[in-house]
Design a protein around this ligand. Structure first.
Ligand code: NAD
Length: 483
């Protein structure tokens, strides 16, 4: 096995070791052995990175949009040229199948840069006139140094979803990727240097949440924080950021409902539900982990869905035949397995999967079979209420539209929902009553970056997306001139 790769921070355009001299072992989840050493950075590294970002801000914010755009397009082109290396690294670091990283994670990261690089070239502004007395317009200026904190499930995809609008808007940033999956963020540092991005515009400090994330959130020279991660961490961040009146964007956990009416296209609903349940091992905040099926088709759905779940291939992430790779870490696998035990205690019946896979060359990896649970109360048990974030779904029958809506809205989360029906009016009626930020009708994970993205209730605060992200990274000033 190759020696572990040692990562460095990116501060002021230079790849530098952490001031602590310490590193965190990061295992390859499919093999269970350390493959990357992640800098175990501290507040001193954050201070240096914020100072570099603050020094770069005046020049970067004054750089013409066309130049900012060209640099971002260059980053996207370099990523595209290295898509195979990035896909392989993302898979090795996170556990997902290489084919998924190649078809989703890395292309979407490239698209994030291209989308915002071109969006800033076509910004529309409006002027309003007040009764012949005055005219007004909005003047936008980038806020300053942003703190960007991202999770481990879609490492490069979600980090670039923050970096791209941030630097397009003219802000500079200090990024704090997840210490569990830091490899592709570090590879991106090399790409940004090669693309010619000026020193200090994007800085990257690797390490744990308490040691790096906390001082970044509390830093007096960081007026805005964009965070994606768990709801519990979001609460901690809010407690620090709110009294300092920082701009705050929080993309948090989910427990999304997938409602399938008897009049749905059955084949389509089953095929897409397999994806929305188990893609990326169920480690996508948008996965539909609670499936509600109208009682007329419930038995048929459970039989077909569990049969196909059992047929999914779990194993070597580099094998093109693999559907599910490894869970991200041993701790996370144990958490997921514990919820399968809780489901049994709560009266659930496992109709597919339900166990770890310990198989040959992958005996030390963190593999769990796609698991389908039936027989649980629709709302009143932990497995229906708490985010598991793994390849585990519940399937529960419902009678009426009102039941489906009540079941779907019964958790503290409100990120997304899917509705399957061929009745357009019903789709509209139900979608409008979902307490979530995104509803997919007869589809899942179709992403239009122009649309607002975010959660309600405990799933978040604020929206990301074309205008929403640009608004977040800019201050708006109203200028009113007398005629
Ligand atoms: P997490 O909250 O444990 O960590 C997210 C990031 O926050 C990491 O970089 C971590 O190091 C950092 N962090 C931890 N403690 C911190 C602190 N005190 N101060 C500042 N930063 C801190 O989340 P995770 O386990 O990496 O990711 C899984 C969670 O993310 C799930 O709940 C999932 O639903 C959520 N998620 C949400 C979205 C969305 O768009 N809403 C997208 C992906 C993942």
């Amino acid at each position: 096995m190759a020696a572990p790769q040692t990562l460095t921070n990116l501060i002021d355009g230079k790849l530098v070791p952490p001031t602590t001299g310490r590193y965190i072992d990061s295992p390859n989840p499919a093999a269970g052995a350390t493959h990357v050493l992640v800098p175990d950075s501290a507040a001193a590294d954050v201070d240096a990175a914020v100072a570099a970002a603050a020094a770069a801000f005046p020049s970067w914010s004054a750089t013409p949009r066309s130049r900012r755009s060209a640099l971002m397009l260059r980053i996207a082109d370099l990523l595209e040229q290295r898509i195979e290396a990035f896909a392989a690294a993302e898979s090795r670091d996170q556990g997902k199948p290489v084919k998924l990283a190649r078809s989703m994670d890395i292309p979407r990261a490239i698209h994030n840069f291209r989308f915002f690089a071109t969006a800033i070239l076509h910004q529309e502004e409006s002027v309003t006139e007040l009764d012949g007395v005055a005219f007004s317009f909005v003047h936008r200026t980038p806020v300053g140094v942003a703190g960007l904190i991202s999770p481990w499930n879609l490492p490069l995809y979600l980090l670039t979803w923050k970096i791209a609008p941030c630097i397009a808007a003219g802000c500079t940033c200090v990024c704090k990727p997840s210490e569990i999956t830091s490899l592709t963020a570090w590879m991106l540092c090399e790409v940004m240097i090669e693309a010619g991005l000026p020193a200090g515009v994007v800085n990257m400090v690797f390490g744990t949440g308490p040691a790096v994330g906390s001082p970044l959130v509390a830093h007096k020279d960081v007026p805005l924080i964009s965070f994606t991660g768990g709801t519990a961490t979001g609460e901690i961040i809010s407690k620090t950021a709110a009294p300092l009146h920082k701009k705050l964007s929080l993309e948090l956990g989910g427990k999304n409902a997938n409602i399938i009416f008897a009049d749905a296209d059955f084949e389509d609903a089953v095929t897409t539900s397999l994806r929305s349940s188990f893609q990326n091992q169920g480690e996508i905040c948008l996965c539909g982990s609670r499936i509600f099926v109208q009682e007329e088709i419930y038995e048929r759905f459970v039989e077909e869905f569990s049969r196909r779940a059992d047929a999914l291939v779990v194993g070597d992430p580099t094998d093109p035949a693999t559907d599910l790779g490894a869970l991200v870490s041993k701790e996370h696998m144990e958490k997921v397995l514990s919820y399968i035990e809780i489901a049994k205690q709560e009266g659930g019946r496992i109709v597919a999967g339900g166990h770890r896979v310990v198989d040959g060359a992958f005996a030390n990896g963190y593999f769990v079979r796609p698991t389908v649970i039936v027989g649980l109360h629709p709302t009143d048990c932990r497995v229906q209420r708490e985010e598991i974030f793994g390849p585990v779904v519940t399937v529960t029958p419902f009678k009426t539209d009102a039941d489906a809506i009540a079941f779907a809205n019964s958790t503290k989360y409100g990120l997304s929902a899917s509705v399957w029906t061929q009745n357009g009016q019903r789709a509209q009626r139900v979608a409008r009553q979902m307490h979530v930020g995104t509803v997919w009708v007869n589809c899942w994970m179709v992403r239009d970056l122009g649309m607002p993205f975010g959660g309600v209730k405990q799933s978040g605060l604020g929206r990301e997306g074309r205008h929403h992200s640009m608004d977040f990274f800019c201050e708006e000033k109203a200028i009113c001139c007398r005629l």
